[in-house]
Design a protein around this ligand. Structure first.
Ligand SMILES: CC(C)(COP(=O)(O)OP(=O)(O)OC[C@H]1O[C@@H](n2cnc3c(N)ncnc32)[C@H](O)[C@@H]1OP(=O)(O)O)[C@@H](O)C(=O)NCCC(=O)NCCS
Length: 208
């Protein structure tokens, strides 16, 4: 039986009030919570410290410093078609990562995933922690397929998605992977490895 059926569904009010105390693999306390409109100030202040590579991997273009109005599109979200979580790091609760699921309408069970971890805290397991939580929350929100557009050189994101434990398909086209994860059932390590590899072989691309 699909675990999605046994998880309590999450409406947009509940989705906007998620607050979870977690730990990174080195024991640093982190909070994963729903994004709030007042996060726009801290988010805007993060941009100058982000590398061009990080911005390019996230937005697929060279980015200028966004205005507060532009940033508010990422923080003032409806939790109906757009669900966003932030990861606050360490005792001082700095914003270290943000991730989101966006779907075409509130009835759709397909969502596009994107996320970003600030440069200085990448490769410590934060991306994995946040994306795993986004997927779990997404399932409760009614999502059964998650799609991510990943730059062909983004080994970290491809590896992260592969390790999530959901059956996945990779399609490579013109320098980008479209990764589709079936999140309708509980994650299982072997499942994801097998599907990712088999699909990649069928597509004639290098398994990641
Ligand atoms: C991609 C990103 C979200 C990953 O987050 P992170 O916190 O750095 O990654 P994690 O530490 O959770 O590691 C996740 C997996 O990727 C692997 N990984 C991390 N950095 C890597 C790198 N540079 N190359 C290859 N693999 C890498 C890790 O080993 C880990 O796999 P493992 O658990 O099997 O060892 C982060 O690097 C980022 O924000 N990049 C820029 C924006 C971006 O690419 N967003 C995604 C757009 S869809």
């Amino acid at each position: 039986m699909a675990l999605a059926q046994t998880l309590p569904p999450l409406d947009c009010f509940e989705a906007s009030r998620i607050y979870l105390n977690c730990q990174t693999r080195d024991g640093t306390p982190v909070v994963i919570r729903s994004i709030r409109p007042d996060d726009k100030y801290e988010m805007r202040d993060l941009y100058p410290a982000l590398s061009q590579r990080t911005l390019y991997m996230r937005f697929f273009r060279v980015m200028a410093q966004p205005s507060l109005e532009e940033v508010s599109r990422y923080t003032d979200v409806d939790f109906d078609t757009h669900l966003a979580l932030v990861l606050m790091y360490g005792p001082e609760q700095r914003m270290a990562a943000a991730g989101r699921l966006i779907r075409a309408n509130a009835e759709s069970d397909v969502a596009e995933l994107s996320c970003l971890v600030i440069d200085e805290l990448q490769h410590r397991g934060l991306g994995k922690l946040l994306v795993a939580q986004l997927m779990e929350t997404g399932r409760q929100w009614g999502i059964s397929k998650i799609v991510a557009l990943v730059h062909g050189e983004n080994g970290a994101m491809l590896r992260l998605l592969k390790g999530m434990g959901y059956p996945s398909e990779l399609v490579y086209d013109d320098g980008e992977y479209t990764v589709t994860l079936d999140v309708s059932h509980a994650p299982c390590k072997d499942n994801a490895m097998h599907h990712a590899t088999v699909t990649a072989m069928h597509q004639g691309v290098e398994p990641v």
